[in-house]
Design a binder for this molecule. Sequence first.
Ligand SMILES: [Zn+2]
Ligand SMILES: [Zn+2]
Length: 236
Amino acid sequence: MADDQSLAYKELARLRWLCEKACCRSCSGCSFTPVHANPTRGAGLFRRCKGCSQFQSVLVGTCFEGLRIDIGELYRLALEYVKQPLTQSPNVLALQRACGGSRTQTEHFVSCVLAAEVAEGRRRNARMSCRGALEGDAHRLRKLFVSERNPHFQDLIFQARRNRVNSGKQTPVQAVWAVHVRIAGLVHRGGKIAIAELPLKAVAKKAPPPVESCLTLLLVVLVFFLFVSHLVRNET
Ligand SMILES: [Zn+2]
Ligand SMILES: [Zn+2]
């Protein structure tokens, strides 16, 4: 049983559901004895802090903190969980049948994973958020390096140089500029996604990729779609 748990633990760490690095909750030391089962402390695996000798579950610091579960069972649940359809809420009964644990244990596992998913979703939404139920983001498809004298990109390069001057950055002669090819997407949560091409944009070779304001994304995508729906209407 202990072996089953150790293998499961290694595998969960490899898949990054768990983490082999940890620090002690009591003394903040990060040096531990190897993980081991400790039946008197309950199900699961534990490590002992070399600084203060406290035992700590390997689930401390993960989204499963507080769960009292055999790590082999946690592993089976994780494997089964990722087979569930992405767009439906997880079926606790099916998970329980496939893994053989108790109903309560399975429910606790699912609520831990869902909580982690929600937290991650919020973190990502915070970055992309437009407002309300509308989200937008830009994605770079390609970065081209363009010589300053390339005749096809003179307008872009002129604009990039002017942007740098306006933002007060020093502008040494750039032999090469980076031209970003990007798309923008807008999605109404739970609805369809709308994707449009953004205009090409040049920046200095080592500058971070350009960032578009929500307003720009909104305008580009809306204008694109008004145009497309106009074409479609004229065809039918
Ligand atoms: Zn400690
Ligand atoms: Zn409970």
